[in-house]
Design a protein around this ligand. Sequence first.
Ligand code: GDP
Ligand code: IMO
Ligand code: MG
Length: 427
Amino acid sequence: MSTVVVMGTQWGDEGKGKVVDYLAEQADVVVRSQGGNNAGHTVVVNEMAHKLQLLPSGILYKGKTCILGNGVVIDPGALITEIKNMQAKGFDTSALRISNRAHVILPYHQLLDEVEEQARGAFKIGTTKRGIGPCYMDKMARVGIRIVDLMDEEEFSAKLERNIAAKNHLLKNVYGVEGFEYEAVRKEYLAYADFLRPYVADTSYILSKAIKADKKVLFEGAQATMLDLDHGTYPYVTSSNPIAGGASVGSGVGPSKLDKIIGVVKAYNTRVGEGPFPTELNDEIGNQIRETGHEYGTVTGRPRRCGWLDACVVRYAGHLSGIDYMAITRLDILDELETLKLCVGYKYKGEIIGEYPASLKVLAAVEPVYEEFAGWKTSTCAIRKYEDLPLNARKYLERLSEVAEIPLGIVSVGPNRDQTMILKPLF
Ligand code: GDP
Ligand code: IMO
Ligand code: MG
């Protein structure tokens, strides 16, 4: 198998970065296909935590080609800061390649993200305010500015001038805030262009060549299934497609070339931002999970909402992405619990429903059906073989696998590389 997609099954922060980092050792190329610096992937290497937002996790290894595909939205200032930070820590960033078709986040996108959220009032989404939604809006509206435009002073200046005029009008007349000065933004971004120029390429060809040469390619998902624009809890979603299909569109690699799909499943549920969350725990157990797991957002520092693991969500993710194996993460965070609950179905108006509800009204009214499991009350951090996990932990995972209809592939019991058990060869 030469290509592996690693994607989130829940509401993000499942530990995709850790799983990608683990698998990246064997990969030649690591690709991001969607999202932007709304993602926050923490990877721990030799006790040192690296927080990555745009750079693929493969950047932590020497000699791996790291690609930001056409489906990614790029804030050049944020990307340059991240590149410089990694260089200052001694990492080599020379093998980074940025798609010339990726879209550029501009200052008006960030401001629009902020004022649109304010205007939503009680219906706010709880975005990361990085300008992600407004940038994808421009892409869809066919007025976006791409990296290829940014590299061409004349093209960039003309597009920016038109866009700034339109956005300033909107900002002033609809939201009552000051807009941006064309020349200042132009100068700032042309300086970014000079810095980024050596990294820019037509990345779909790089990927195509790598796949033809039987190199190993790893696709690093950002966000997750329930935040997917089409299939998540719309409108409380992000503006891209984190499901496995997004890897194909967002990198320019045909779907027939995606060999294995790995769905990352946190051993419990979290959600940051607004929107439905059927198994949310607004009680002591929820607090305990948040504190034990340090469940605070990497990007915004917001406390994450915590709840029981929801096998309905994982099953839905498996169905949407054709997940071959699950990578379970953070099992160790549950080590001290007396009892655990696993949601195995949703009841609506007294009946079990088979399909994941599209209507948020229905989703708000569903009643999770739980199965209870005895805790294992012992540390799993040092366990390296699946058979050595406590029986109660295995029972919990095996029931999840049964309800979600996806086999177990990886189990992770800590943030470090060695705290990983491989049940199935994935590459
Ligand atoms: P991502 O956005 O999906 O990459 O996930 P985040 O990086 O936002 O959040 C996952 C956090 O859990 C990171 O701090 C990881 O270092 C950490 N992590 C990953 N796997 C494990 C695990 O099995 N156990 C523990 N305790 N931490 C883990
Ligand atoms: P990783 O890759 C968790 C959430 C935001 C908000 C919604 C829309 O680290 O798993 P956006 O700024 O994208 O328009 O916000 O999506 N969100 C994430 N939640 N993990 C992420 O990324 C997220 N990226 C966006 O909190 O609810
Ligand atoms: Mg994250």
